[in-house]
Design a protein around this ligand. Structure first.
Ligand SMILES: *Cc1c(COP(=O)(O)O)cnc(C)c1O
Length: 444
Protein backbone atom coordinates (compact mmCIF):
# COMPACT_ATOMS: atom_id res chain seq x y z
CA UNK A 1 0.00 0.00 0.00
CA UNK A 2 1.28 3.46 -0.84
CA UNK A 3 0.81 6.61 1.20
CA UNK A 4 0.22 10.21 0.14
CA UNK A 5 0.47 13.47 2.03
CA UNK A 6 -2.58 15.46 3.10
CA UNK A 7 -0.85 18.48 1.55
CA UNK A 8 -1.05 16.62 -1.78
CA UNK A 9 2.40 17.39 -3.17
CA UNK A 10 3.76 13.95 -2.21
CA UNK A 11 2.41 10.50 -3.06
CA UNK A 12 3.49 6.94 -3.75
CA UNK A 13 5.42 6.67 -0.48
CA UNK A 14 6.09 3.17 0.89
CA UNK A 15 4.90 2.11 4.35
CA UNK A 16 8.48 1.96 5.55
CA UNK A 17 9.24 5.49 4.41
CA UNK A 18 5.97 6.81 5.82
CA UNK A 19 6.77 5.22 9.18
CA UNK A 20 10.39 6.35 9.27
CA UNK A 21 9.63 9.87 8.07
CA UNK A 22 6.59 10.33 10.30
CA UNK A 23 5.62 13.58 8.64
CA UNK A 24 5.77 14.14 4.88
CA UNK A 25 8.31 16.62 3.51
CA UNK A 26 5.54 19.03 2.59
CA UNK A 27 4.53 18.92 6.28
CA UNK A 28 1.35 17.02 5.48
CA UNK A 29 0.28 13.84 7.23
CA UNK A 30 0.51 10.49 5.50
CA UNK A 31 -2.71 8.81 4.43
CA UNK A 32 -3.11 5.32 2.95
CA UNK A 33 -4.13 5.46 -0.70
CA UNK A 34 -6.86 2.99 0.01
CA UNK A 35 -9.07 2.02 2.93
CA UNK A 36 -10.12 -1.56 2.37
CA UNK A 37 -13.59 -2.70 3.32
CA UNK A 38 -13.75 -5.77 5.52
CA UNK A 39 -16.10 -8.43 4.12
CA UNK A 40 -19.56 -9.11 5.62
CA UNK A 41 -18.28 -12.53 6.72
CA UNK A 42 -15.86 -10.75 9.05
CA UNK A 43 -18.71 -8.96 10.77
CA UNK A 44 -20.80 -12.14 10.89
CA UNK A 45 -18.13 -14.02 12.83
CA UNK A 46 -16.59 -11.18 14.81
CA UNK A 47 -18.37 -12.20 18.03
CA UNK A 48 -16.40 -15.42 18.07
CA UNK A 49 -13.03 -13.86 17.42
CA UNK A 50 -10.40 -12.85 19.98
CA UNK A 51 -9.08 -9.30 20.17
CA UNK A 52 -5.85 -10.42 18.51
CA UNK A 53 -7.68 -12.19 15.69
CA UNK A 54 -9.84 -9.14 15.03
CA UNK A 55 -6.82 -6.85 15.13
CA UNK A 56 -4.87 -9.05 12.74
CA UNK A 57 -7.68 -8.92 10.18
CA UNK A 58 -7.69 -5.11 10.43
CA UNK A 59 -3.89 -4.93 10.34
CA UNK A 60 -3.77 -7.10 7.23
CA UNK A 61 -6.07 -4.67 5.43
CA UNK A 62 -3.56 -1.87 5.98
CA UNK A 63 -0.18 -3.53 6.26
CA UNK A 64 -0.66 -6.96 4.66
CA UNK A 65 1.06 -5.99 1.40
CA UNK A 66 4.14 -4.58 3.12
CA UNK A 67 4.85 -6.89 6.05
CA UNK A 68 5.13 -10.69 5.82
CA UNK A 69 2.16 -12.55 7.32
CA UNK A 70 4.04 -14.20 10.15
CA UNK A 71 5.89 -11.00 11.10
CA UNK A 72 2.67 -9.00 11.09
CA UNK A 73 0.96 -11.59 13.23
CA UNK A 74 3.81 -11.45 15.74
CA UNK A 75 3.72 -7.65 15.82
CA UNK A 76 -0.04 -7.58 16.39
CA UNK A 77 -0.12 -10.37 18.98
CA UNK A 78 2.86 -8.96 20.85
CA UNK A 79 1.38 -5.45 20.83
CA UNK A 80 -1.93 -6.62 22.24
CA UNK A 81 -0.67 -8.47 25.26
CA UNK A 82 -3.49 -7.00 27.34
CA UNK A 83 -7.27 -6.87 27.15
CA UNK A 84 -9.50 -3.93 26.23
CA UNK A 85 -12.74 -4.85 28.00
CA UNK A 86 -16.08 -3.19 27.38
CA UNK A 87 -17.55 -2.49 30.81
CA UNK A 88 -21.14 -1.56 31.55
CA UNK A 89 -21.40 1.69 33.53
CA UNK A 90 -25.02 2.76 33.53
CA UNK A 91 -28.17 2.30 31.41
CA UNK A 92 -27.05 2.08 27.80
CA UNK A 93 -23.56 3.50 28.46
CA UNK A 94 -20.40 1.40 28.26
CA UNK A 95 -16.76 2.16 28.93
CA UNK A 96 -14.13 0.77 26.58
CA UNK A 97 -11.27 0.44 29.01
CA UNK A 98 -8.11 1.18 27.11
CA UNK A 99 -5.92 1.43 30.18
CA UNK A 100 -4.84 -2.15 30.79
CA UNK A 101 -1.52 -1.82 28.95
CA UNK A 102 1.91 -1.21 30.50
CA UNK A 103 1.52 2.55 30.96
CA UNK A 104 -2.22 2.46 31.61
CA UNK A 105 -3.34 4.61 28.69
CA UNK A 106 -4.70 3.87 25.23
CA UNK A 107 -1.53 5.12 23.61
CA UNK A 108 0.12 1.83 24.53
CA UNK A 109 -1.64 0.22 21.57
CA UNK A 110 -0.29 2.55 18.90
CA UNK A 111 3.09 3.03 20.54
CA UNK A 112 3.73 -0.69 21.00
CA UNK A 113 2.67 -1.43 17.45
CA UNK A 114 4.82 1.32 16.01
CA UNK A 115 7.93 0.37 17.96
CA UNK A 116 7.61 -3.21 16.78
CA UNK A 117 6.98 -2.24 13.18
CA UNK A 118 9.90 0.17 13.18
CA UNK A 119 12.14 -2.50 14.69
CA UNK A 120 11.01 -4.87 11.91
CA UNK A 121 12.00 -2.38 9.20
CA UNK A 122 15.26 -1.42 10.87
CA UNK A 123 16.34 -5.03 11.27
CA UNK A 124 15.32 -5.87 7.76
CA UNK A 125 17.36 -3.05 6.29
CA UNK A 126 20.20 -3.22 8.79
CA UNK A 127 19.74 0.41 9.79
CA UNK A 128 21.25 1.99 12.88
CA UNK A 129 20.95 5.18 14.89
CA UNK A 130 17.34 6.04 14.28
CA UNK A 131 16.18 8.91 16.48
CA UNK A 132 12.55 8.99 17.49
CA UNK A 133 11.24 12.43 18.46
CA UNK A 134 8.03 12.58 20.40
CA UNK A 135 6.16 15.52 21.89
CA UNK A 136 3.85 14.62 24.73
CA UNK A 137 1.05 16.23 26.68
CA UNK A 138 1.37 13.39 29.18
CA UNK A 139 0.58 9.89 28.00
CA UNK A 140 2.27 9.67 24.62
CA UNK A 141 5.71 10.05 26.13
CA UNK A 142 5.35 7.13 28.48
CA UNK A 143 3.69 4.83 25.98
CA UNK A 144 6.29 5.53 23.31
CA UNK A 145 9.24 5.44 25.70
CA UNK A 146 8.09 2.14 27.17
CA UNK A 147 7.30 0.72 23.74
CA UNK A 148 10.84 1.46 22.54
CA UNK A 149 12.75 0.83 25.75
CA UNK A 150 15.86 -1.24 25.06
CA UNK A 151 15.18 -1.56 21.31
CA UNK A 152 18.55 -1.63 19.63
CA UNK A 153 19.34 0.97 16.98
CA UNK A 154 16.71 3.41 18.22
CA UNK A 155 17.05 6.38 20.54
CA UNK A 156 13.95 8.16 21.82
CA UNK A 157 13.73 11.85 22.78
CA UNK A 158 10.60 12.75 24.71
CA UNK A 159 9.69 16.47 24.77
CA UNK A 160 7.21 17.53 27.42
CA UNK A 161 5.93 20.84 28.77
CA UNK A 162 7.52 21.73 32.09
CA UNK A 163 5.10 21.47 35.00
CA UNK A 164 2.14 20.55 32.78
CA UNK A 165 2.11 16.77 33.06
CA UNK A 166 1.07 14.89 36.18
CA UNK A 167 3.88 13.64 38.47
CA UNK A 168 3.03 10.02 37.73
CA UNK A 169 3.01 10.63 33.98
CA UNK A 170 6.40 12.30 34.31
CA UNK A 171 7.85 9.29 36.17
CA UNK A 172 6.80 7.01 33.35
CA UNK A 173 9.22 8.47 30.85
CA UNK A 174 11.89 10.20 32.96
CA UNK A 175 12.97 7.19 35.01
CA UNK A 176 13.71 4.71 32.23
CA UNK A 177 17.25 5.64 31.19
CA UNK A 178 18.87 3.40 28.54
CA UNK A 179 17.87 4.63 25.08
CA UNK A 180 15.28 7.10 26.39
CA UNK A 181 16.05 10.80 26.98
CA UNK A 182 13.47 13.09 28.61
CA UNK A 183 13.55 16.76 27.60
CA UNK A 184 11.64 19.22 29.72
CA UNK A 185 10.67 22.24 27.59
CA UNK A 186 9.89 25.61 29.11
CA UNK A 187 6.62 25.94 27.19
CA UNK A 188 3.30 24.24 26.37
CA UNK A 189 2.54 21.00 24.54
CA UNK A 190 1.97 22.99 21.37
CA UNK A 191 5.49 24.41 21.72
CA UNK A 192 6.87 20.88 22.07
CA UNK A 193 4.96 19.78 19.01
CA UNK A 194 6.22 22.79 17.07
CA UNK A 195 9.83 21.98 17.99
CA UNK A 196 9.38 18.44 16.71
CA UNK A 197 7.74 19.56 13.48
CA UNK A 198 10.42 22.18 12.89
CA UNK A 199 13.10 19.54 13.41
CA UNK A 200 11.63 17.44 10.61
CA UNK A 201 11.64 20.41 8.28
CA UNK A 202 15.23 21.38 9.13
CA UNK A 203 17.57 20.39 6.28
CA UNK A 204 20.80 20.43 8.28
CA UNK A 205 19.37 18.30 11.05
CA UNK A 206 17.94 15.76 8.63
CA UNK A 207 21.16 15.47 6.67
CA UNK A 208 23.10 14.61 9.85
CA UNK A 209 20.51 12.53 11.69
CA UNK A 210 17.92 9.92 10.92
CA UNK A 211 14.80 11.34 12.52
CA UNK A 212 11.39 9.85 12.93
CA UNK A 213 8.32 10.86 14.86
CA UNK A 214 6.26 8.69 17.13
CA UNK A 215 3.44 11.16 17.60
CA UNK A 216 -0.05 10.17 16.53
CA UNK A 217 0.81 11.75 13.20
CA UNK A 218 2.79 8.58 12.45
CA UNK A 219 0.68 6.10 10.48
CA UNK A 220 2.09 3.18 12.46
CA UNK A 221 0.76 4.66 15.68
CA UNK A 222 -2.42 5.99 14.35
CA UNK A 223 -3.87 3.16 12.23
CA UNK A 224 -3.59 0.39 14.90
CA UNK A 225 -5.96 2.40 17.04
CA UNK A 226 -8.69 1.20 14.70
CA UNK A 227 -8.28 -2.32 16.17
CA UNK A 228 -10.19 -1.72 19.36
CA UNK A 229 -13.19 -0.07 17.72
CA UNK A 230 -13.93 -3.40 16.04
CA UNK A 231 -13.34 -5.27 19.27
CA UNK A 232 -15.70 -2.90 21.10
CA UNK A 233 -18.33 -3.70 18.51
CA UNK A 234 -17.77 -7.45 18.92
CA UNK A 235 -18.23 -7.12 22.69
CA UNK A 236 -21.34 -4.98 22.35
CA UNK A 237 -22.83 -7.56 19.97
CA UNK A 238 -22.09 -10.27 22.52
CA UNK A 239 -23.84 -8.25 25.24
CA UNK A 240 -26.91 -7.77 23.00
CA UNK A 241 -27.07 -11.02 21.02
CA UNK A 242 -30.66 -10.44 19.91
CA UNK A 243 -30.02 -7.08 18.25
CA UNK A 244 -29.07 -6.90 14.58
CA UNK A 245 -26.21 -4.72 13.35
CA UNK A 246 -28.64 -1.89 12.62
CA UNK A 247 -30.60 -2.23 15.83
CA UNK A 248 -27.43 -1.91 17.85
CA UNK A 249 -27.21 1.82 16.96
CA UNK A 250 -23.68 2.16 18.24
CA UNK A 251 -22.62 5.66 19.22
CA UNK A 252 -18.94 6.16 19.99
CA UNK A 253 -17.65 9.04 22.03
CA UNK A 254 -13.93 9.78 21.97
CA UNK A 255 -12.22 12.15 24.40
CA UNK A 256 -10.08 14.04 21.91
CA UNK A 257 -6.93 16.14 21.90
CA UNK A 258 -4.81 15.65 18.81
CA UNK A 259 -7.70 13.70 17.22
CA UNK A 260 -5.67 10.62 16.31
CA UNK A 261 -7.87 8.25 18.27
CA UNK A 262 -11.15 9.44 16.79
CA UNK A 263 -9.66 9.53 13.28
CA UNK A 264 -8.78 5.85 13.64
CA UNK A 265 -12.44 5.29 14.56
CA UNK A 266 -13.52 7.11 11.40
CA UNK A 267 -11.22 4.81 9.41
CA UNK A 268 -12.88 1.83 11.09
CA UNK A 269 -16.24 3.14 9.93
CA UNK A 270 -14.90 3.50 6.39
CA UNK A 271 -13.84 -0.15 6.60
CA UNK A 272 -17.43 -1.09 7.29
CA UNK A 273 -17.80 -0.89 11.06
CA UNK A 274 -21.45 0.00 11.73
CA UNK A 275 -21.11 3.15 13.82
CA UNK A 276 -24.22 5.32 13.89
CA UNK A 277 -22.39 8.47 14.90
CA UNK A 278 -19.30 9.75 16.66
CA UNK A 279 -18.93 12.36 19.37
CA UNK A 280 -15.65 14.21 19.88
CA UNK A 281 -15.48 15.23 23.53
CA UNK A 282 -13.22 18.16 24.32
CA UNK A 283 -12.22 20.01 27.41
CA UNK A 284 -12.11 23.80 27.11
CA UNK A 285 -9.78 23.45 24.15
CA UNK A 286 -12.68 23.28 21.74
CA UNK A 287 -11.17 24.12 18.36
CA UNK A 288 -12.95 21.19 16.72
CA UNK A 289 -16.32 22.08 18.22
CA UNK A 290 -15.91 25.62 16.89
CA UNK A 291 -15.10 24.18 13.48
CA UNK A 292 -18.31 22.13 13.55
CA UNK A 293 -20.28 25.22 14.49
CA UNK A 294 -18.72 27.70 12.09
CA UNK A 295 -16.99 25.72 9.34
CA UNK A 296 -13.81 27.64 10.19
CA UNK A 297 -10.76 25.89 11.59
CA UNK A 298 -9.06 28.36 13.88
CA UNK A 299 -6.25 26.97 15.99
CA UNK A 300 -5.47 28.86 19.17
CA UNK A 301 -3.00 28.43 22.00
CA UNK A 302 -4.08 25.63 24.32
CA UNK A 303 -5.26 26.34 27.84
CA UNK A 304 -4.40 24.02 30.74
CA UNK A 305 -7.21 21.82 32.12
CA UNK A 306 -7.54 18.83 34.45
CA UNK A 307 -7.88 16.61 31.37
CA UNK A 308 -4.38 17.64 30.38
CA UNK A 309 -3.76 15.07 27.65
CA UNK A 310 -6.40 16.90 25.62
CA UNK A 311 -4.89 20.36 26.02
CA UNK A 312 -4.26 20.78 22.33
CA UNK A 313 -4.84 24.01 20.44
CA UNK A 314 -4.07 22.82 16.94
CA UNK A 315 -5.03 19.15 16.60
CA UNK A 316 -2.71 17.57 14.02
CA UNK A 317 -5.07 14.89 12.82
CA UNK A 318 -7.71 17.41 11.81
CA UNK A 319 -5.88 17.42 8.48
CA UNK A 320 -6.64 13.71 8.13
CA UNK A 321 -10.32 14.17 8.91
CA UNK A 322 -10.58 16.93 6.31
CA UNK A 323 -8.78 14.78 3.77
CA UNK A 324 -10.93 11.73 4.49
CA UNK A 325 -14.10 13.70 3.77
CA UNK A 326 -12.67 15.88 1.01
CA UNK A 327 -12.95 19.00 3.10
CA UNK A 328 -16.74 18.72 3.36
CA UNK A 329 -17.92 20.46 6.51
CA UNK A 330 -21.38 19.10 5.86
CA UNK A 331 -20.20 15.50 5.75
CA UNK A 332 -17.97 15.91 8.79
CA UNK A 333 -20.66 17.50 10.91
CA UNK A 334 -23.17 14.85 9.88
CA UNK A 335 -20.89 12.09 11.19
CA UNK A 336 -19.33 13.73 14.21
CA UNK A 337 -20.81 16.00 16.83
CA UNK A 338 -18.79 17.88 19.41
CA UNK A 339 -18.97 18.86 23.06
CA UNK A 340 -16.71 20.90 25.31
CA UNK A 341 -16.59 20.78 29.09
CA UNK A 342 -15.07 23.01 31.73
CA UNK A 343 -12.97 21.65 34.59
CA UNK A 344 -15.98 22.11 36.89
CA UNK A 345 -18.16 20.01 34.63
CA UNK A 346 -15.49 17.32 34.38
CA UNK A 347 -15.08 17.20 38.19
CA UNK A 348 -18.80 17.14 38.67
CA UNK A 349 -19.13 14.21 36.26
CA UNK A 350 -16.42 12.17 37.98
CA UNK A 351 -18.04 12.74 41.34
CA UNK A 352 -21.63 12.04 40.26
CA UNK A 353 -20.76 8.95 38.24
CA UNK A 354 -18.75 7.54 41.15
CA UNK A 355 -21.59 8.21 43.57
CA UNK A 356 -24.31 6.81 41.35
CA UNK A 357 -22.58 3.83 39.84
CA UNK A 358 -19.34 3.19 41.73
CA UNK A 359 -17.45 3.54 38.45
CA UNK A 360 -14.40 5.76 38.70
CA UNK A 361 -13.72 7.85 35.60
CA UNK A 362 -10.51 9.63 34.76
CA UNK A 363 -10.82 13.30 33.70
CA UNK A 364 -10.63 12.40 29.97
CA UNK A 365 -13.08 9.53 30.05
CA UNK A 366 -15.35 11.77 32.12
CA UNK A 367 -15.80 14.06 29.11
CA UNK A 368 -16.84 11.04 27.08
CA UNK A 369 -19.23 9.70 29.69
CA UNK A 370 -20.83 13.11 30.18
CA UNK A 371 -21.41 13.57 26.46
CA UNK A 372 -23.16 10.21 26.23
CA UNK A 373 -25.28 10.75 29.30
CA UNK A 374 -26.45 14.05 27.84
CA UNK A 375 -27.13 13.04 24.26
CA UNK A 376 -27.92 9.30 23.96
CA UNK A 377 -31.44 8.34 22.98
CA UNK A 378 -33.05 5.22 24.48
CA UNK A 379 -32.50 3.11 21.38
CA UNK A 380 -28.84 3.88 21.12
CA UNK A 381 -25.93 2.10 22.76
CA UNK A 382 -23.15 4.44 23.73
CA UNK A 383 -19.50 3.55 24.14
CA UNK A 384 -17.01 6.05 25.47
CA UNK A 385 -13.30 5.41 25.24
CA UNK A 386 -11.84 5.37 28.74
CA UNK A 387 -8.43 6.55 27.59
CA UNK A 388 -6.43 6.33 30.83
CA UNK A 389 -6.58 4.83 34.30
CA UNK A 390 -7.86 7.33 36.90
CA UNK A 391 -4.82 6.73 39.12
CA UNK A 392 -2.67 8.46 36.50
CA UNK A 393 -4.35 11.66 37.67
CA UNK A 394 -4.18 10.78 41.33
CA UNK A 395 -4.32 14.19 43.04
CA UNK A 396 -7.09 15.49 40.82
CA UNK A 397 -9.26 12.41 41.13
CA UNK A 398 -8.74 11.91 44.88
CA UNK A 399 -9.64 15.53 45.54
CA UNK A 400 -12.83 15.21 43.51
CA UNK A 401 -14.16 12.07 45.16
CA UNK A 402 -12.69 12.82 48.59
CA UNK A 403 -11.24 9.34 48.89
CA UNK A 404 -7.86 7.70 48.48
CA UNK A 405 -7.66 5.46 45.44
CA UNK A 406 -5.56 2.42 44.91
CA UNK A 407 -2.53 2.83 42.68
CA UNK A 408 -2.05 -0.13 40.33
CA UNK A 409 1.20 -2.01 40.87
CA UNK A 410 2.41 -1.15 37.37
CA UNK A 411 2.25 2.54 38.25
CA UNK A 412 3.89 2.11 41.64
CA UNK A 413 6.88 0.52 39.94
CA UNK A 414 7.46 3.62 37.80
CA UNK A 415 7.32 5.88 40.83
CA UNK A 416 10.23 4.09 42.43
CA UNK A 417 12.71 5.03 39.71
CA UNK A 418 15.02 8.03 39.69
CA UNK A 419 14.13 10.86 37.33
CA UNK A 420 16.66 11.90 34.70
CA UNK A 421 15.64 15.12 33.00
CA UNK A 422 17.31 17.58 30.66
CA UNK A 423 15.79 21.08 30.70
CA UNK A 424 15.69 23.11 27.50
CA UNK A 425 14.41 26.55 26.57
CA UNK A 426 11.45 26.79 24.24
CA UNK A 427 13.71 27.63 21.37
CA UNK A 428 14.49 25.66 18.22
CA UNK A 429 18.21 26.45 18.05
CA UNK A 430 18.79 25.09 21.57
CA UNK A 431 16.85 21.96 20.73
CA UNK A 432 18.69 21.46 17.47
CA UNK A 433 22.12 21.89 19.05
CA UNK A 434 21.19 19.48 21.77
CA UNK A 435 20.07 16.84 19.26
CA UNK A 436 23.21 17.21 17.18
CA UNK A 437 25.48 16.74 20.15
CA UNK A 438 23.40 13.93 21.71
CA UNK A 439 23.35 12.05 18.42
CA UNK A 440 27.13 12.28 18.19
CA UNK A 441 27.43 10.70 21.63
CA UNK A 442 24.99 7.94 20.83
CA UNK A 443 26.98 6.96 17.77
CA UNK A 444 30.07 6.23 19.84
C1 LIG B 1 -3.70 11.38 24.25
C2 LIG B 1 -4.88 11.29 25.11
C3 LIG B 1 -6.14 11.73 24.67
C4 LIG B 1 -6.33 12.38 23.33
O1 LIG B 1 -6.17 11.48 22.26
P1 LIG B 1 -5.95 12.04 20.79
O2 LIG B 1 -5.73 10.84 19.95
O3 LIG B 1 -4.76 12.93 20.84
O4 LIG B 1 -7.18 12.80 20.43
C5 LIG B 1 -7.22 11.53 25.50
N1 LIG B 1 -7.08 10.99 26.73
C6 LIG B 1 -5.89 10.57 27.19
C7 LIG B 1 -5.81 10.00 28.55
C8 LIG B 1 -4.76 10.70 26.41
O5 LIG B 1 -3.58 10.29 26.88
Amino acid sequence: MKYYSTNKTISGVSLKDAVVKGLAEDKGLFMPEQIKQLPPSFFDTIINMSFQEIALAVAEAFFGEDVENEALKNIVYDTLSFDVPLVHVKDNIYSLELFHGPTLAFKDVGARFMSRLLRYFIQKEGEKNVNVLVATSGDTGSAVANGFLGVEGIHVFVLYPKGLVSPIQECQFTTLGQNITALEIDGTFDDCQRLVKTAFADKELNSSLKLTSANSINVARFLPQAFYYFYAYAQLRAIHPKLTQEELEMVICVPSGNFGNITAGLFAKEMGLPVKRFIAANNRNDIFLQYLKTGQYQPRPSVPTIANAMDVGDPSNFARILDLYHGSHEKISSLISGVSYTDEEISDTIQKCYQETGYLLDPHGACGYRALSQTLTNNENGIFLETAHPAKFLDTVEKIIGEKIEIPVKLQEFMKGEKQIISLKNDFESFKNFLLSAALENKD
